[in-house]
Design a protein around this ligand. Sequence first.
Ligand code: IVH
Length: 740
Amino acid sequence: MSRSPTSSSATSADDLPNAAAAEDVAAMTADEAARAHAKLGEEIAGHDRRYYQDDAPTVSDAAYDALRRRYEAIEAQFPELRGMDSLSEKVGAAPSAKFAKVRHAVPMLSLGNAFADEEVEEFVARVRRFLGLATDAEVTFTAEPKIDGLSCSLRYENGVFVQAATRGDGFEGEDVTANVRTIGEIPQRLKGADVPAVFEVRGEVYMGHDAFAAINERQQEAGKPLFANPRNAAAGSLRQLDPKITASRPLRFFAYAWGEVSEAGLPADTQFGVIEAFKRWGLPTNPLTVRCHTAAELLAHYRLIGEQRAMLGYDIDGVVYKVDSLALQGRLGFVSRSPRWALAHKFPAQRAVTRLERIEIQVGRTGALTPVAKLTPVTVGGVVVSNASLHNEDYIKGLGGNGEPIRGTHEGEPVDIREGDWVVIQRAGDVIPQVVAVETERRPADARPYAFPTLCPACGSHAVREEGEAVRRCTGGLICPAQAVERIRHFVSRDAFDIEGLGEKQVQAFFEAGLVKQPADIFTLEARDSAPGALTRLKNREGWGETSAKNLFVAIASRRQVPVNRFLYALGIRHVGETNAKRLLRHFATVDALRETALAAIPPGEAHPKGNEAWQEITGIEGIGAVVAEAVVDFFGEPNNQAAVAALLREVTPEPMEAVASAGAVSGKTVVFTGTLEKMTRDEAKAMAERLGAKVAGSVSKKTDYVVAGADAGSKLAKARELGVAVLSEDEWLALAGAN
Ligand code: IVH
């Protein structure tokens, strides 16, 4: 059993008629068993709640054990009682080898951030502007604490809890059902007649301050590492393979949003109304949720929550504002991954003073030398910080992009950062901590200005700074081991090949052992590992075992087919991030076609004043300029890269690109809006078109697919007619876009 010993002065196990209980179960009819099972279930759930949630158990562990054994004996005899919400599933379910993936039917998105009051005013104004509201029209918002935990989606079918998933990358999370079942506060069954057949409740799993302190005390006693903050403790507890461990760490939950909802629909037409329904259904909701109507009211609630923050007993990192009307939320929609109808107003960054012990230089994938401050560990807003970013050479010297002092001056000179200095560290949200100031009056007498290396610390090659660049780069290229390791790390990272089980540590170890020198080696690992002459099998290496080695090979095999945009992004070409990879492939479709053109391209000035046709083809792609094009041409022109890509293509098959939007009637079309629209503002129309995969242009040309003409359309309409471009009314457009 999972409960840790409590003061068990009450009944001893021997007092309880276990053997008799088992006999009595054997004699039960199915009806008697069902009744006894339900009654025991309730009794045990009550004990669980008092133990895990209230920290106030009312029975001894032995007595609790006996109840559970009887419950399990009934289930062993009558397996049909082992339903979805069986307590036997709650604690002690067999640990799965690793979490299964859950695809979110409705993505779990993030929120736009604000720090200053003005940004909140701008948010309210933006919402009003977007919706084209008259000055006297009222908009209602909700304001509620932003809980510092981890978001989780709970799926209920016919009111019964069936699945829980973490956010993951927003589109796919981890199946943590078994662990979430151990959270006493999350109902196994929703109460109420208006619960839709399918309902995904979303909210935050978090850990209270008391539980956090108790767990760290336990960790310390057991000689185990401490958790940095309640959020990490909550995440570490939820993402346990063994639900018994989760059960021993009292997690809590606040419901504040939803995902997939079946036909019958939502229980209310406002944000606030749905949250009230959550409460009725038995879900925990945050009592500090209110309705507001103006920026001033939102800010007043922000200050009120700020004042109460220290007394809440759990961590919050800001206040979330949401447009209350769900109809308006629908109209406002999303900008990339955040809703236009919501805003996270964060509390100010937290600061602390500590000693900068030394400056370490890290070498990145493209050879950039990045200085990192190694600090005497210090707690900043509940998190232990021991590293801070120093950005680049000039930043250490105290100079900005134009050579101006960024930290003021000391004795007439810009304030630089030296090893041994006392520094002020700032941390805001998940951003890497920054050094924001130096306490020059405490500077040690022997502290000297930092001499930034001009040789790469990893391979000894020259590190040079190009004209106009802030970054110094190692010129070692492919011979530099640090760059090679970073390239492989990038290759396996989440947005690239996403190979589970191959994290930063493993990549480093494989590289050092000579097992993986370049990406293609990852895919030959298994064959080499099982070859008769293999020296040390992976399963026998430190940190590995039979299961983890097998899991890794399975994860690798599952990536032999990848969308081509991920393939290109994974190559780690400078300036080719996810967006540029998609831009290039929307034009070239395959890596081969891109490579051929890159090899044929001559940049301007080298042999041809404007570059040749191939060069112009690349730079003609929307969003691709000379800098990106040059990086692509350089990359494919380098023989070692050619060999690396060819080796990779022998192992991996790129598949068509991931879809940008579902292929609706307007996806990929170019649209121009003109005249006054009646049903929505121009911004709203533009956002809707882009959401559906269309491109919105400002002027009409032969490339325009549709001109949507509102009232009083003028020259653009005339131009469309002249060029024979299809002209649509607002209603026709909405019908075509599938929005009517
Ligand atoms: S609403 C579509 N409300 O903040 C947006 N999120 O920065 C749905 N969070 O991933 C999120 N408290 O983990 C919302 N009251 C609250 C929240 C909240 C915490 C987290 C959530 C989300 C992140 C976004």
